[in-house]
Ligand binder design. Structure first.
Ligand code: FE2
Length: 287
């Protein structure tokens, strides 16, 4: 019979066992994880069967994880961990465009396109949108000449080009350079909602929670310039009725664009602001 009903002695022993990790940050992470996992087990009084369910689910999640999909990352996305990490690491003033997840569908080296060009192949179904705007310095409000915009989006069938063999290579992707006045101009597809993958254990969990899987319509942007922090963001559509139900908790009022229709043509005017700092590009999840 275990005398330690509270389990506190076990927690202390476990923390002690990992107290000799030399790297200070790694030690902090491992011990913090142990502390919080132990607290969780105590709080919910996790039983044997539930514990077994937990590790069986992880085994199941591994079956849905490979080069093109990571069920663990999807889990972190749909319980808000990914966006939380984004929020605490990339706090920006409320006057600026917000920072968002890079997501699993980014590909590096998208084609460089000329000012005003379209990222949409002619045979892609859906409405087009003409996008213009300026990239500004967040602190001085001056335009940033030559800033680079790398954007990507899903087709109206809900699939990104690298998920869909019927789309041409690098369809709905492109890099544009702002001019001397920091201004850019391009054409894209009017974005439409698409679901996160729901055929695995994470989808099952979302169904139990009645957590709807459709991401509000959006276009992904990475905006960069030398000596500025790279901005990873998404632009959502004002008036989208699921804007407050984003399954990955990214959409918020700092990332909403007004897609207006005049004379049958959708237009978006949208500005970005960059913070002085070190420029970095995210790792592309898919080679
Ligand atoms: Fe997306």
């Amino acid at each position: 019979m275990n005398e330690d009903k509270t389990g506190n002695a076990i927690t202390e022993k476990a923390l002690e066992a990992y107290s000799r990790i030399e790297n200070k940050r790694l030690r902090e992470l491992v011990q913090g994880l142990i502390r919080h996992l132990h607290a969780f087990v105590k709080e919910v009084k996790l039983n044997d069967q539930e514990f077994e369910t937990a590790w069986s689910q992880m085994e199941e999640m591994a079956k849905f994880t490979g080069d093109e999909r990571n069920e663990y990352l999807l889990f972190c996305d749909v319980v808000g961990i990914s966006q939380l990490i984004e929020a605490i690491n990339h706090a920006r003033s409320q006057s600026a465009v917000g920072s968002a997840l890079v997501g699993p569908f980014f590909r590096a080296n998208a084609p460089k396109r000329k000012r005003g060009e379209s990222i949409v192949s002619d045979d892609t179904k859906g409405d087009r949108v003409h996008i213009t705007g300026t990239v500004y310095d967040l602190t001085t409000n001056k335009p940033i000449p030559g800033a680079v915009l790398d954007l990507w989006q899903a087709a109206t069938n809900g699939l990104y080009e690298n998920q869909d063999e019927n789309q041409p290579d690098y369809n709905l992707r492109g890099r544009f350079q702002a001019n001397e006045a920091g201004r850019f101009e391009l054409a894209a597809l009017l974005p439409t909602p698409y679901p996160v993958p729901t055929d695995g254990p994470v989808g099952e969990l979302m169904k139990l929670a009645k957590h709807q899987p459709y991401r509000p319509a959006h276009i992904h942007f990475i905006v960069s310039a030398p000596n500025y922090e790279t901005l990873i963001t998404q632009v959502f559509r004002k008036g989208d009725d699921i804007i407050d139900e984003d399954p990955v908790f990214t959409a918020d009022r700092t990332m909403i664009g007004e897609f207006r229709k005049d004379n049958g043509q959708y237009r978006l005017q949208y500005d970005f602001q960059l913070k002085p700092g070190i420029s970095t590009m995210p790792k592309a999840p898919i080679p």
